[in-house]
Design a protein around this ligand. Structure first.
Ligand SMILES: [Zn+2]
Length: 308
């Protein structure tokens, strides 16, 4: 089975248990060598699964895992120039907070300097490691003193501060955020459309592979777009219409925040360590609103602050 994994480059998070079981039966130098071969052979195509594997293998002890850890850092998604050549029907899976947690845990155990490099890479490629979708939810669960956590935490704080202070006005025109994880010609066209303050609708008449690639980019980047496939004529068309989804999401966040923030949503920037109630609650609204806390207000605040 392990030989198949190494040869095919295809495994995913669901295989991790079986791979670890098989590895666990090998003597230590053999299994760390195999983890390294799996990471070097498959990190480009199965990055999340490799990050999970490294995190779990690190529990055996960091000895012998440096090569695997370095291979993962080299294969980190983000830079389109470094992306592994994917078959046209393969859409890169969006980065998940879980993968960031696994990566930092594994790298931190093996070599803190690599965890620092990984954090810098994440901050350099916001199209892949989005603040709202990836880094803020991940950072909530990373211990504050974990290797690499410091810069990520600081960046999340800056982001949340800006978000909390942002004037919640609806967009003034049709320009929308055009930060995308892919720079292929189709996605560049999409970015130009998003950036256009006057164009509300864009029709991509193209083959299925191109349409689904662009749809994947829209989903991964969380673009403010509704998409519909128009099946009249061949090839079909992907009709993209701009929405106010980000604005509406922030308004909902702010409403929840006002419900839970004892200071009425305005927050204060003079809290513990300069970090505020508002940001804590912004972190919390990534999940659905929690039922009323059994803690007293003060205990709940102390608990939230301790998490950050
Ligand atoms: Zn693209």
């Amino acid at each position: 089975m392990l030989a198949d994994v190494v040869a095919s480059g295809g495994h995913d998070a669901r295989d991790a248990g079986a791979i670890l079981d098989a590895l666990g039966r090998l003597p230590s130098p053999d299994r760390t060598a195999l983890v390294e071969r799996i990471a070097q052979g498959t990190a480009g195509t199965a990055f999340a699964a490799c990050a999970g594997l490294l995190a779990r293998a690190a529990a055996w002890g960091p000895t012998g895992l440096h090569g695997a850890a370095a291979a993962l850092v080299r294969a980190m998604p983000g830079d389109p120039a470094r992306a592994a050549p994917a078959l046209s029907w393969q859409r890169p899976a969006p980065m998940a907070p879980r993968t960031v947690l696994d990566l930092l845990a594994g790298l931190g155990a093996v070599d803190p300097a690599l965890a620092g490099q990984a954090a810098a890479h994440m901050l350099a490629w916001p199209g892949t490691y989005g603040m709202d979708a990836v880094l803020v939810p991940a950072v909530r669960d990373v211990p504050a003193d974990a290797p690499g956590a410091g810069p990520l935490r600081a960046a999340c704080m800056v982001h949340l501060r800006a978000r909390a202070e942002e004037l919640l006005a609806p967009p003034a025109d049709w320009r929308r955020d055009s930060t995308l994880p892919c720079r292929c010609p189709r996605c560049m066209e999409l970015a130009r459309f998003l950036d256009d303050p006057e164009q509300r609708t864009w029709v991509l008449k193209a083959a299925e592979a191109d349409r689904s690639h662009v749809e994947g980019t829209i989903r991964t980047a969380g673009c403010d777009l509704d998409t519909v496939t128009d099946r009249r004529g061949r090839p079909y068309s992907l009709v993209c219409t701009k929405t106010q989804a980000s604005y509406e999401r922030r308004t909902r966040q702010r409403k929840r925040l006002c419900c839970t923030d004892p200071l009425g949503g305005a927050g204060t920037w003079s809290g513990v360590g300069g970090f505020t109630l508002t940001s804590d609650i912004d972190l919390a609204v990534q999940a659905e609103p929690a039922p009323p806390s059994p803690f007293s207000q003060a205990e709940a605040q102390a608990h939230e602050l301790a998490r950050v």
